[in-house]
Unconditional design. Structure first.
Lengths: 113, 115
C-alpha cells in the first residue's frame, strides 16, 4: 500500500542551529500536509502544499513540495526551544474511492538551550 | 478552527474489559476520523465515521474490536473491546477542516493503558 517515509527519526540541535526533516511518498500525492505534536500533546495542523514545486513560509519555517509531488521538506531556521516536538508529514492519498491521510513516522526534534 | 474534546482523557483498564471513548465537536462536521498512536509511533487511521452510515474501517481494524457510533454531526464514540495490553495507545479523534478539505483538526486524545 501507499507509504510515506520520513527522515530522520530524531534530531538533536543546539538552539540557533537549523533543522530539516524530509518526507518521501511511494506514490504521487494530491497534497502534502505538515503537523506538529508537542510532547504530551496532539497533532496540530501547520500547512498544506498542493502545487508541484510549491514553497511556503511561516516565519522561520519553510515548507517545500517536490516537482514530482512525491517528496517534501520542512526547514526551520535558527531553532528555538519552542520548536521542540515531533513533526509529521502526511500525504493525502486514495484507497479506491476513499481518501485518507497517510502519516510519516515523524521526526522528533530536541533543542538544547 | 473546530474545538474538539475527548472523554476520558486517560484511563487504566483491565484486560478483557471494554472502554468507550467520546469525541465532541463544537460545530457540525461531515467526516470524523479515529486514529491510534502507539507509544513513540506515528498515527494510524482506524476508521472514518460519517453521520448516517456505517464506519469505514482500515485494513487491520474490524468493527467487532472497534465499534464506532456517529449519532449526529457533532459527536462520535469509539469502543475498544475485549482489551489486551497491546491496545495500550493514545486514541485520537479528528475532524475534517470544512474550509480546507483534506486537512484535519485533532482532539486532545485519550491515553489508554491496559494491564
Amino acid at each position: 500500500g501507499q507509504q510515506v517515509m520520513q527522515i530522520p527519526q530524531y534530531q538533536h540541535v543546539q538552539e540557533g542551529e537549523d533543522f530539516t526533516t524530509y518526507c518521501n511518498s511511494s506514490t504521487t500525492l494530491s497534497n502534502i500536509q505538515w503537523y506538529k505534536q508537542r510532547p504530551g500533546g496532539h497533532p496540530v495542523f501547520l500547512i498544506q502544499l498542493v502545487k508541484s514545486g510549491e514553497v511556503k513560509k511561516q516565519k522561520r519555517l519553510t515548507f517545500q513540495f517536490g516537482e514530482a509531488k512525491k517528496n517534501s521538506s520542512l526547514h526551520i531556521t535558527a531553532t528555538q526551544t519552542t520548536d521542540v516536538g515531533t513533526y509529521f508529514c502526511a500525504g493525502w492519498g486514495y484507497s479506491g474511492n476513499t481518501g485518507k491521510l497517510i502519516f510519516g513516522q515523524g521526526t522528533t526534534l530536541q533543542v538544547k538551550p | 478552527s473546530a474545538v474538539i474534546s475527548q472523554k476520558p482523557s486517560r484511563d487504566i483498564c483491565q484486560r478483557g474489559t471494554s472502554l468507550t471513548i467520546q469525541c465532541q465537536v463544537d460545530s457540525q462536521v461531515t467526516m470524523m476520523f479515529w486514529y491510534r498512536q502507539q507509544p513513540g509511533q506515528s498515527l494510524t487511521l482506524i476508521a472514518t465515521a460519517n453521520q448516517g452510515s456505517e464506519a469505514t474501517y482500515e485494513s487491520g481494524f474490524v468493527i467487532d474490536k472497534f465499534p464506532i457510533s456517529r449519532p449526529n454531526l457533532t459527536f462520535s464514540t469509539l469502543t475498544v473491546s475485549n482489551m489486551s495490553p497491546e491496545d495500550s495507545s493514545i486514541y485520537l479523534c479528528s475532524v475534517e477542516n470544512e474550509q480546507s478539505t483534506d486537512t484535519q483538526y485533532f482532539g486532545p486524545g485519550t491515553r489508554l493503558t491496559v494491564l
